[in-house]
Design a protein around this ligand. Structure first.
Ligand code: PLP
Length: 373
């Protein structure tokens, strides 16, 4: 139940990927027949992802994951626009945006505005608009938060940004691939995603870059790859696995079923926690929240890590927050104004289609045992 950290590979992908490891393993840039076969796997995968996102294949750039996608967008955009020196983001971004903004600020003397969020984790749109200046290069706000699951009003952000001609990037890592996203409807200029969050292989991801958005390359080397935006030989087996995972997840017949099943399990956990632990707080927006995510804070618990390990002993794997900030107090929980005596007792339960209702019942039973002891 730590699926916002990473997910299990869909087992059927091993066979699909092994075809590319063992047979079509040639370098896809080579013009011999073996290279062309690998390249076909690469380009077919690009088309599948583009179709699912409702964009053109040329707008999909493969990367090593969302951290690289986020770095490419922020650093690449700032490099390509030396006349601008301001980035707007939110207080609750993932470290791959937050730390990148800090680094760009330190090295390039670029100003960064971190827009605050309310107690549900929703960004303050008035403050976001007030922060825009003629020097603002880009606005980057995540689609769904990895710790509390809150979903941001990206379309409204895009509408504001358009009035000032500022492009919008969204880190959609926790959402894209698992759930349907139409980049045209969302209106964003760029979007990041990572395969291991949606039952694809690790170490591969992509970034959607709207045709015409000028991004300078950050990895130098061979010229002709990924719309000249990223050098390095692409990991074709993983890219094929990622595209097949998206296709499988968003397939209409199972999509609806899975969506409802995961939501039902999460709602069961939430309702049971409210019933048996009335002083606990559920974090994130009640409505605009990912349907697999439950961040719950129990008051006056000395250490959430200890609580996590007690659950672990009963074979329940949850997290205290983001895997990337496992040893620090959660910046996200501080920014939504959660008091310290609640922050210390926070668990993040993040489900996937591979969880079962029986497992959820086991969680509630074990939590009751732990708190009764
Ligand atoms: N953005 C968000 C919202 C995330 O949750 C994560 C991973 O936890 C990342 C970016 C980074 O993804 P990756 O580890 O694939 O680089």
């Amino acid at each position: 139940m730590d699926n916002n950290a990473t997910t299990m590979l869909h087992p059927f992908l091993i066979k699909k990927m092994s075809k590319y490891y063992l047979n079509h393993y040639a370098n896809p840039s080579a013009s011999h027949s073996a290279g062309r076969l690998a390249n076909k796997g690469l380009e077919d995968s690009r088309k599948i992802i583009a179709q699912k996102l409702h964009c053109c294949a040329a707008e999909v750039i493969f990367t090593s994951g969302a951290t690289e996608s986020n770095n490419l967008i922020l650093r690449g955009f700032m490099l390509a626009h030396p006349d601008k020196n301001h980035i707007i983001t939110s207080d609750i971004e993932h470290a791959s945006i937050y730390e990148t903004c800090k680094d760009i600020h330190n090295k390039n003397r670029c100003n960064v505005t971190y827009v605050p969020v309310d107690r549900n984790g929703i960004i303050d749109l008035k403050k976001l608009e007030a922060a825009i200046t003629p020097k603002t290069a880009i606005i980057s706000v995540m689609l769904a938060n990895n710790e509390i699951g809150t979903i941001q009003p990206i379309q409204r952000i895009v509408r504001i940004a358009r009035r000032y001609g500022v492009p919008v990037h969204t880190d959609a890592t926790q959402y894209v691939g698992k759930w349907k996203v139409n980049v045209k409807e969302l209106g964003v200029d760029a979007l990041s995603a990572s395969s291991h969050k949606f039952h694809g292989p690790n170490g591969v991801g992509f970034v959607y870059i709207h045709d015409g958005l000028n991004i300078a390359k950050c990895l130098t080397g061979g010229l002709s790859k990924e719309q000249r935006m990223r050098s390095s030989t692409p990991d074709v087996p993983s890219i094929v696995g990622m595209a097949q995972a998206i296709k499988f997840n968003l397939d209409s017949s199972r999509y609806e079923r899975n969506y409802l099943r995961v939501k039902k399990m999460r709602d069961y956990l939430e309702e049971s926690i409210k019933k048996y632990f009335p002083t606990a707080k559920i974090n994130g927006h009640a409505k605009f929240r990912m349907i697999n995510t439950l961040s719950v804070s129990f008051p006056n618990v000395k250490s959430s890590k200890k609580l996590m390990l007690l659950l672990d002993r009963k074979k329940i794997i949850v997290n205290t927050g983001s895997a990337c900030s496992a040893h620090k107090k959660s910046r996200i929980l501080e920014h939504i104004g959660l008091p310290d005596n609640y922050i210390n007792g926070t668990l993040r339960i993040s489900l996937s289609e591979y969880n079962t209702m029986r497992e959820c019942q086991h969680v509630i039973r074990v939590l009751r045992e732990i708190f009764a002891a």
